[in-house]
Design a protein around this ligand. Structure first.
Ligand SMILES: *Cc1c(COP(=O)(O)O)cnc(C)c1O
Length: 379
């Protein structure tokens, strides 16, 4: 077969057998970061110490890589439940990162049968700008996604959220606490009302606490204090921002019966023996990661102070390991910072509210000095 015939066949297959809507989508873009001061993806800047590397290496080397993952994942589930101080009556499921949990949730939502054409697919609703996977997971699953704009200062628009819940009756509302890329914790009274309204119309809420290690508050305390108001609320966390972005462990807690249903959709061996053992090892050394989180919180304060006195930069408060800033010309500043060897994320095209915004990840003291100098010189 000549290669042009082969090409034609492949093109024909894609056209006739693969989803048209996927063909018009863009793949999730990951920036090439080799050689840069990498402050674009909310990673913990620290690697394991040489001693911990050696210890972990020993443990990973001794694993039965020839076997499928076994009951060891239950040990991890228990360790995470203890670490998070999971509320009574709750269950916990594991994902290959929370990204996988977000996909599984979209899969789990009930799709009404298509009859007259008037039956709409379930709605996933989230404030915008927010985490892109909420919208992507809905689209991948053929569900409807509704984004409700935040205010100009990235606070929840409580009235708009409540109106959208009444109008769309979403199956699921995502609230990132704190939010990405705006890094703020939204008003608790507004969240309480949204959770209540969503419960009244029979929908679910996911509190996504990916940045919990750096946040002043966690919604878990509200769940513990008023469990009767939170039966429909799921709490999502991840070890990525904690310090294990490469390991891919996310977890979701909620009423045991709810979690058990979603868990049926999980690929049976989604947590590799390597990921599982790395996560257990990290939890055994949780004090090391706690110390790093405290250092990053201190560094965040130092960066924010510097940004506030920098002419031509507007910044917002942060409860995460990232800081959102607005500059006069985001593309020019992004490019100039990159030319100086510092890679951040240009989020200005993600949403109209983010015009000329860049998202800076908090790094080590040395990296942050380079970041601030690069920014100052790139305005
Ligand atoms: C980073 C992030 C996640 C997912 O991270 P995983 O690496 O897939 O666990 C989830 N939600 C928000 C808001 C995030 O920023």
């Amino acid at each position: 077969m000549t290669s042009s015939v082969l090409q034609f066949q492949i093109t024909h297959l894609i056209k006739t057998r693969l989803r048209q809507d996927i063909q018009s989508m863009h793949a999730y873009a990951i920036q090439d970061a080799a050689g840069f001061v990498k402050l674009d993806a909310m990673e913990n800047p620290h690697r394991l110490s040489p001693q911990l590397q050696a210890e972990l290496g020993q443990r990973l080397g001794a694993l039965a890589l020839n076997r499928y993952p076994d009951g060891r994942v239950d040990v991890l589930r228990k360790a995470l439940a203890d670490f998070a101080q999971m509320p009574d009556g709750y269950g916990l499921m594991l994902g290959n990162g929370s990204d996988e949990l977000i996909s599984l949730l979209a899969m789990a939502l009930d799709v009404p049968p298509v009859q007259s054409g008037s039956v709409q697919p379930p709605v996933i609703l989230a404030p915008e700008p927010g985490f892109v996977m909420y919208a992507m997971s809905a689209k991948f699953q053929g569900l409807q996604y509704v984004g409700v704009p935040l205010t100009a200062n990235f606070e929840l628009d409580e009235a708009a959220m409540l109106a959208a819940i009444t109008l769309h009756k979403p199956a699921l509302v995502y609230l990132a606490y704190p939010n990405n890329p705006t890094a703020n914790l939204w008003d608790d009274a507004s969240i309480t009302k949204i959770i209540e309204a969503q419960g009244q119309q029979g929908g679910l809420v996911v509190m996504d606490e990916a940045y919990q290690p750096f946040a002043a508050r966690s919604w878990i305390d509200n769940i513990r204090n008023t469990p009767e108001k939170h039966a429909h609320v799921l709490l999502m966390r991840t070890l990525s921002k904690f310090g294990l972005a490469g390991v891919r462990i996310g977890y979701m807690m909620g009423a045991t019966a709810l979690i058990n249903e979603v868990d049926k959709l999980r690929p049976p061996y989604n947590i590799s023996v390597l990921n599982c053992e790395c996560a257990l090892f990290a939890l055994e050394h949780a004090d090391v990661f706690k110390q790093q989180a405290l250092e990053l919180i201190d560094q965040r304060a130092i960066i924010l102070k510097a940004l506030r006195s920098m002419a031509g930069v507007k910044c917002w408060n942060s409860d995460a390991n990232m800081i959102l800033v607005r500059v006069a010309d985001s593309q020019k500043t992004f490019d100039a910072m990159k030319a100086r060897g510092v890679l951040v994320k240009n989020v200005s095209k993600m949403h109209p509210l983010l015009t000329h915004c860049l998202r800076l990840t908090v790094g080590t003291a040395d990296e942050n000095r380079l970041l601030l100098a690069a920014l100052q010189n790139s305005l």
